[in-house]
Every structure is written in structure tokens, then in C-alpha cells.
Design a protein around this ligand. Structure first.
Ligand SMILES: NC(=O)c1ccc[n+]([C@@H]2O[C@H](COP(=O)([O-])OP(=O)(O)OC[C@H]3O[C@@H](n4cnc5c(N)ncnc54)[C@H](OP(=O)(O)O)[C@@H]3O)[C@@H](O)[C@H]2O)c1
Length: 362
């Protein structure tokens, strides 16, 4: 009996000492991976980030998954030079520490949402102060975690890049995706008319409940026929395209004269071997591409400011709402990636990193 007690005591001491050492050494739990499949991910103990100029340390309560994470895990989308190689393009939590040269804008304890180039799937993350936004009042961390990456992307696609105007028709592909559910709501806010494509009736119904005026299941036929019917053969003014190759011909058929076609993902491939340019010429189409992660800090700062001013207040009034498919604990990161790779999510997949004292349940 006493031998068992001694062993238990020893285990207890090791656990306490490890926890103590981890605090002393400034380490944290974070998602680590080696290039490859889902089984290559694990939760490891890594150093807490050291703050550079104008960076703020966030104590992370929740984060979320993006397609870029699954691509990065497979080795197809490395982080920009100098950025964290820990997965995670967004995180929400409280301000824990201010780095050198920070302004007076943020204070310790502020509840914030962070747009990141990486590092969000961890207990702490460093973020440039310009890329922080306040969490809307009364919103829990787990709901707020669904905002930064896809809502800023959607805002960028519509306004900064796409130049959407009131009355425009906007064709949004992957209407059930994180970006798609945000872009649909932001189109309505901009007084434009969103039309969506998606691969299931459930995703189309969700888009319609968010304000889409029409939805087409791309697995059941040529969506350009439905677009032409809705627009009385005029076509749409703007296409938000994260599919690429497999949709290009239907996009050409769907777009109006002088329309803008914004390419921001290539889920359906990136190679086109066809008579694209003559069609582009005849319709006077503008094709443009964009990625947010690698943009310079000034661009992100301006985007964050515009979004904070023009869109964030509508989350407080309930007119805009983050759509969340599922919340996983950090330890189930593999299940979260799997759900996304199987295209089963409608809206965001959120990661809960740590418990909050009551307010998270709001
Ligand atoms: N450029 C940027 O700055 C930027 C930033 C953020 C995200 N993105 C891109 O935006 C896209 C959406 O991201 P997300 O995180 O919102 O995605 P998500 O929630 O994972 O949704 C993506 C959806 O796209 C649909 N899809 C997948 N493969 C398809 C294919 N071959 N053809 C047609 N539809 C397909 C699937 O829905 P169905 O059931 O409808 O098929 C899937 O659920 C991704 O391509 C991502 O890389 C780009």
C-alpha cells in the first residue's frame, strides 16, 4: 500500500513540477504538425511568442479553422517569411502584454479579435496592434472566433477589391462556406443582391436565410442557366470566385458586360486551357486575384479599420451574425480539419482553446 502511495506521490510531484517549469520557461500548448495527413498533427508544448515592435500578446480563448490551415498542413501554403509556423489565421481572447512601441489603443484585459498570418491555434499569440478589433458587446469568445479571417476576407472581396455598389448582383461561390456566409450577409448590407452556388440544398437554404436572392446546386447542372434566368440574360456584376478552373466557363457565361471577377481561391483547380481571353475581351471583363495573408501591414490596417467602422456595429444590432457549424476543443484539431476537408461544414469550424469564466456562454 505504502509503495502505491509513494508512486502516486512521485507522479503528483512530476505533474506539479512540469506545470511549474512550463510557466517558468514561458511555454504554451499549441498545434504542431509535420507535413502530411491528419495524423501528423498533435498538441505540443512550445515557447510563448516573444513580442516584436508593435505586437501585442493575446491570451487566446478561441480560434478557428480555415482552408489555408489544411493546405499549410499538407505543405501547399507555407506561412509568409518571419511569421509563426503554428497553424491558425485568427484568434480571440484578452490582451495579456504590450510589446515595444505599442500605442495606447489597447489595454491589458481588453477583449479582442485578431487577424493573423499564423499562430492562432495556441494558448497565446502575438499580433500586430493594427490587426486587432474589439469583440462586439455581449458576444462570447467562441462566436467571435468565427469573425476575423472570413469576414475581413469577404469585406475585402466585396469592397476593397470588388467595388460593390448598391443594386449590383453578386455571384458568390461556395455559398455555405465561412467566406460565403459572410459575403452573402455583407452583400445584403451593401444593398446588393447575392446569388450563391453550393453543393447541397441545406447550404443553399442557409444562404437564402441570410439574404441570398437565388441559389444553385452546382452538382445538379449548369449554374449559369439559373443566373441568366434570374438576371434576365444580363448576367451578374460581380463574381466572388474561390473555385477557379472547374467553374470558369460557367462564370464567363454568368458575368455581365463590364463585370468584375474576383479570384480568391482555387478549390476546383487553377489551369485553364481555353478561349478565355476573347470572351474576356468581348464582355470587357475585369479579372483580379487577391490573398489577404501576405498583404502588407498597411493594407490590413486599413481593412481592419474600415470593417470595424462599417460592419462591426451590425453584429451588435444582430443584423450580421457569424455562422458556426461546430466547436471543437483544441485537442480535436484533427477532427476539425477532417470536417472541413470533407466539405461538410456550413459556416465556420471553431476551436475552443480554454474555458472562460462565465461570459463565454453568452
Ligand atoms: N484569398 C484570400 O485571402 C482567402 C482568405 C480566406 C479564404 N480563402 C479561400 O476561400 C475559400 C473558402 O474558404 P472557407 O474557409 O470559407 O471554406 P470552407 O468553409 O471550408 O468551405 C469551402 C466549401 O467550398 C465548397 N467546395 C469545395 N471544393 C469545391 C469544388 N471543387 N467545387 C465547388 N465547390 C467546392 C464546399 O462546399 P459545397 O458543399 O458547396 O461543395 C466547401 O464546404 C477557400 O478556397 C479559401 O482558400 C481565400
Amino acid at each position: 500500500m505504502s509503495k502505491i502511495l509513494k508512486i502516486l506521490n512521485l507522479i503528483f510531484c512530476i505533474v506539479i513540477r512540469t506545470a511549474h517549469l512550463s510557466q517558468m520557461a514561458g511555454t504554451m500548448r499549441a498545434v504542431q504538425f509535420q507535413t502530411g495527413g491528419l495524423e501528423k498533427m498533435k498538441i505540443g508544448e512550445v515557447p510563448i511568442p516573444v513580442l516584436r515592435k508593435k505586437e501585442i500578446l493575446i491570451k487566446v480563448y478561441a480560434s478557428a479553422i480555415n482552408r489555408a490551415d489544411t493546405l499549410q498542413r499538407k505543405g501547399a501554403y507555407p506561412p509568409p517569411a518571419g511569421e509563426s509556423d503554428i497553424l491558425g489565421l485568427e484568434a480571440v481572447g484578452t490582451v495579456d502584454k504590450l510589446g515595444p512601441d505599442c500605442s495606447q489603443k489597447w489595454n491589458i484585459g481588453d477583449r479582442v479579435m485578431a487577424l493573423l498570418a499564423g499562430g492562432g491555434n495556441a494558448e497565446f499569440v502575438a499580433c500586430r496592434e493594427e490587426c486587432l478589433m474589439p469583440i462586439p458587446k455581449k458576444m462570447s469568445f467562441t462566436i467571435a472566433a468565427a469573425i476575423p479571417e472570413v469576414w475581413l476576407t469577404a469585406y475585402q472581396l466585396l469592397h476593397t477589391v470588388g467595388g460593390v455598389k448598391a443594386g449590383d448582383t453578386v455571384l458568390i461561390h461556395a455559398g455555405g462556406s465561412g467566406v460565403g456566409t459572410a459575403a452573402t450577409q455583407l452583400s445584403v448590407l451593401a444593398k446588393a443582391k447575392p446569388l450563391v452556388t453550393a453543393g447541397s440544398i441545406e447550404k443553399i437554404d442557409m444562404a437564402k436565410s441570410l439574404g441570398a436572392v437565388a441559389g444553385f446546386n452546382y452538382k445538379e447542372g449548369d449554374f449559369s442557366l439559373g443566373v441568366k434566368q434570374y438576371t434576365k440574360d444580363v448576367g451578374v456584376n460581380l463574381i466572388l470566385d474561390c473555385i477557379g478552373e472547374s467553374f470558369y466557363n460557367q462564370n464567363i457565361e454568368s458575368i455581365a458586360n463590364d463585370g468584375t471577377w474576383v479570384v480568391y481561391g482555387l478549390l476546383g483547380g487553377g489551369k485553364i486551357n481555353a478561349d478565355l481571353l476573347s470572351k474576356l475581351l468581348r464582355k470587357r471583363i475585369t479579372i483580379t486575384g487577391t490573398t489577404l495573408r501576405v498583404r502588407p501591414i498597411e493594407y490590413k490596417e486599413s481593412l481592419v479599420q474600415n470593417f470595424t467602422q462599417n460592419a462591426l456595429p451590425y453584429f451588435e444590432s444582430g443584423r450580421l451574425k457569424p455562422i458556426i457549424d461546430k466547436i471543437f476543443p483544441l485537442e480535436q484539431i484533427g477532427n476539425a480539419h477532417q470536417l472541413m476537408e470533407e466539405n461538410k461544414n456550413t459556416g465556420k469550424i471553431v476551436l475552443k482553446i480554454r474555458e472562460e469564466d462565465g461570459r463565454d456562454e453568452l
